[in-house]
Design a protein around this ligand. Structure first.
Ligand SMILES: *Cc1c(COP(=O)(O)O)cnc(C)c1O
Length: 388
């Protein structure tokens, strides 16, 4: 089965009980036992398993090429469940510009359980290997990253984790399983904020995890059932529904993204564009090697906080909002929104300037998006020299 077909025919397929072509929403907490302990298809209680959740869990496992999938109530719940595989005293090596919520979890929650982290630029393989300690158990990579779209070489990192007997975890939210399948590149665990491209319609908050072997599958199911951060049946249904169109959505989004990048290159006020599809982007060759596309996230610098503010407030079809990966184009200023909780000094180190604007390309007509930006750009002042 090729990818677009797997999105529709992968997973559990039509409902066995009724032939329903979409998964029924099994809005039930418990299941009748004919005799004590005699379960129908293994269903006992919906925290442990629910057929609608099973349909998304099987589907994401197929799409990522793993053995078992798990659905959680948010991306953060999924990420936290993966860290529950660790023990007190363990250490994680992690991409330095991870999602803000992941950074906060590492800084404010996991230290309470004596789990340590070292942040490192995982695009730098030597620095990444040097950050490994005796108690390191996991290497956690996000690629491409937010908002600068830094690209880590998953295969090269997987070789490092094999040498040191670590688990490799990849946050695949930005690339989606349609464009990138980290397990085939050597990852042990792949996870998603399914709130983004997988749901795809800004109508559900959810997280997904896929593992590459049965032992990890058993452990993670034990954690999911024991800690209870499961996804409900309605939201599980929405993810299956969202995934059906992931292929055509990603293709359309990417086509518009390329048009918008060309448009941005022609704007005097734009001094820097971050998009892995640009040949000048440092991660371009790696992204081309390890994925089948460059995605729909673009960041660019308009030179000042004032310009960034004017741009996002003047654009009409780009909705000013956090989040990404939906049918509607979204626009944000990372320094004041998603990354506001990161100290200014640290933002400067990471290259997240005050004039940086991030867009998540949606499915609107590209001409409308360009006209919208043309108007917004006409209100800005040129403040910086063009470098890209
Ligand atoms: C949004 C996001 C998360 C967190 O997911 P939630 O569904 O918001 O809990 C994790 N990683 C990345 C890359 C994200 O964009």
């Amino acid at each position: 089965m090729r990818k677009k077909t797997a999105l529709i025919h992968g997973g559990t397929g039509v409902d066995k009980a009724t032939g329903a072509v979409t998964p029924p929403i099994y809005q039930t907490s418990t299941y009748k036992q004919e005799k004590i302990g005699q379960l129908k298809d293994g269903y006992e209680y919906s925290r442990t398993a629910n057929p609608t959740r099973t349909s998304i869990e099987r589907l994401i496992a197929d799409l990522e090429g793993g053995v078992r999938g798990f659905a959680f109530g948010s991306g953060m719940a999924a990420i936290h469940a993966v860290f529950n595989l660790l023990q007190s005293g363990d250490h994680i090596v992690m991409t330095d510009d991870v999602y803000g919520g992941t950074f906060r979890l590492m800084q404010r929650v996991l230290p309470k359980f004596n789990i340590e982290v070292t942040f490192v630029d995982t695009t730098d393989l030597a620095a990444t290997e040097a950050a490994i300690q005796d108690n390191t158990k996991m290497l956690y990579v996000e690629t491409p990253t937010n908002p600068l779209l830094k690209v880590t070489d998953i295969e090269a990192i997987a070789a490092i984790t094999r040498r040191h007997d670590l688990k490799l975890v990849v946050d695949n939210t930005f690339a989606t399983p349609y464009l990138q399948q980290p397990i085939a590149l050597g990852a042990d665990i792949v996870l998603h904020s399914a709130t983004k491209y997988i749901g795809g319609h800004s109508d559900v908050v959810a997280g997904l995890v896929v593992v590459n072997d049965d032992t990890l599958g058993e452990e993670l199911h034990f954690i999911q059932n024991s800690t209870g951060g499961i996804l409900g049946p309605q939201d599980s249904f929405l993810l299956v529904r969202g995934l059906r169109t992931l292929g055509i959505r990603m293709e359309a989004i990417e086509e518009t993204a390329h048009e918008l990048v060309s448009f941005l290159q022609a704007q005097d006020v734009v001094s820097n564009i971050f998009y892995p599809g640009l040949a000048s982007h440092p991660g371009h060759a790696i992204q081309q090697k390890q994925a089948t596309g460059f995605g729909g996230m673009i960041s660019f610098d308009v030179g000042s906080a004032a310009n960034a503010e004017k741009l996002v407030e003047a654009s009409h079809f780009f909705t000013l909002a956090e989040s990404l990966g939906a049918v509607e184009s979204l626009i944000s200023v990372p320094a004041r929104m998603t990354h506001a909780s990161i100290p200014a000094e640290r933002r400067a180190e990471l290259g997240i300037t005050d004039g940086l604007v991030r867009i998540s390309v949606g499915l609107e007509d590209a001409e409308d998006l360009k006209e919208d930006l043309t108007h917004a750009f006409s209100l800005l002042e040129k403040v910086s020299e063009k470098t890209v």
